[in-house]
Design a protein around this ligand. Structure first.
Ligand code: SAH
Ligand code: SF4
Length: 377
């Protein structure tokens, strides 16, 4: 059977080399060739013996997901649609800024968590991505954007930051995401610092504790509501891990985090969670956690049922937080003309959860109840 070495951790590569009767330093050479030089052909690996290269060519491969579409937005944001087989495709987004370049990576084909305002959640869920499919997004984008040899520290990198904020809930695909992030941090692979890799979660509390021990990168938490009643509605996983437990997990995480704060993401939905009273309530809610708040103007998608808060409402909300001494920033919307902005990623998902059918069914039931009550009246 051919193995795909792109998704192998350093440890797995060492074991593989040992099984082939090779020394552990071969793993380091392989990591560098694959992740720093972007090699997909063993033939170019000139510092590896011809015998081993031939063996690798026979038994192994280096393969990322297949890019099927490459779109550039008016503001320079670039989105790749990548085929991951059996009718599923995921999306990866590169966001260039003056002082940095951020790659937004997907972790699942779809998402099982069904947050009410998210296009990925609306689509349903098919499967977790494998390590090669996760790290393959960075591997591909690096080559595509003309990344230089990472060992030359004087040359600015196209991708300076990675955010696990694409399709899916990264902590629901824990092992594969952690292995991929370890490659991002490995000096023989992408060499990014822990501060420059951010994982965003909707709040899977036990997995947040595991992440803290396994790979404590910068953490963003999708809060979106100041109270359990509203968060239960917007982020249904809140029913399992309510705000109090989530905040306690954030405090525990900070003990090992590369930054001394957690970022709370708060998508502003007109008339739902954007009032001045809710801003005051939010100040009270988060006071036990050293944090920054990132306000995200809602990015619409067809049939979402929500509206983006008006600019004045966003400014008022932010003002309340700032006056209370909280650092609050507003996320700039990027790439929305190509549906590449936060929450708009949809790719293509063969939904196993039959979410669309369930939604139609629920609507039909609501419709029936309504017409029956009309008849009664
Ligand atoms: N599953 C993870 C990471 C992916 S979503 C999470 O939920 O945190 C990345 C961010 O985009 C999250 O904060 C998410 O709540 C936000 N988001 C989802 N839908 C959005 C939308 N339509 N507009 C703006 N932000 C959205
Ligand atoms: Fe999943 Fe995150 Fe979207 Fe919620 S916001 S449905 S957790 S991708």
């Amino acid at each position: 059977m051919t193995v795909n070495l792109l998704g192998y951790s350093r440890h797995e590569l060492i074991s593989c080399c040992a099984a082939w009767g090779e020394k552990p330093f071969r793993a380091k050479q392989l990591l560098r060739w694959m992740h720093q030089s972007g090699a997909s052909d063993f033939g170019v690996m000139t510092d590896i013996s011809k015998v081993l290269r031939e063996r690798l060519a026979a038994d192994a491969t280096i393969a990322g997901p297949t890019v099927v579409q490459d779109t550039v937005a008016g503001d320079g944001t670039r989105k790749w649609l990548m085929d991951v087989g059996t009718g599923n495709a995921i999306e990866t987004v590169f966001i260039p800024e003056t002082s940095r370049g951020t790659l937004c990576i997907s972790s699942q084909a779809g998402c099982a968590l069904e947050c009410s305002f998210c296009a990925t959640g609306r689509q349903g869920f098919n499967r977790n991505l494998g390590v090669a499919e996760i790290i393959g997004q960075l591997w591909w984008a690096n080559q595509c954007l003309g990344a230089y040899d990472i060992r030359n520290k004087d040359d600015p990198r196209a991708i300076s930051n990675v955010v696990m904020m694409g399709m899916g809930e990264p902590l629901a695909n824990f092992d594969n995401v952690v292995t991929a992030m370890q490659l991002m941090l490995d000096d023989d692979a992408y060499g990014l610092s822990r501060r420059r890799v951010t994982l965003s979660t909707s709040g899977l509390v036990p997995a947040m504790d595991r992440l803290r021990d396994a790979c404590p990168v910068a953490l963003a938490v999708s809060l979106h509501a100041p109270s359990d009643a509203l968060r239960d509605e917007l982020v249904p996983i809140n029913k399992k891990y309510p705000i109090r437990e989530l905040l306690a997990a954030c405090v525990r995480y900070i003990e090992k985090a590369p930054r001394d704060f957690v970022t709370f993401e708060y998508v502003l939905l007109e008339g739902v969670n954007d009032s001045v009273a809710q801003a005051h309530e939010l100040v009270e809610t988060v006071k036990s956690v050293p944090c920054k708040i990132n306000l995200i103007p809602f990015n619409p998608f067809p049939g979402s049922g929500y509206l983006r808060s008006k600019a004045e409402a966003v400014a008022r909300f932010r003002e309340v937080l700032n006056r209370a001494g909280l650092v609050a920033t507003t996320r700039k919307t990027r790439g929305d003309d190509i549906a590449a902005a936060c929450g708009q990623l949809a790719g293509q998902v063969k939904d196993k959860t039959h979410r669309a059918e369930r939604r139609l069914h629920a609507q039909a039931i609501r419709g029936n109840i309504l017409s029956e009550s009309e008849v009664v009246q």
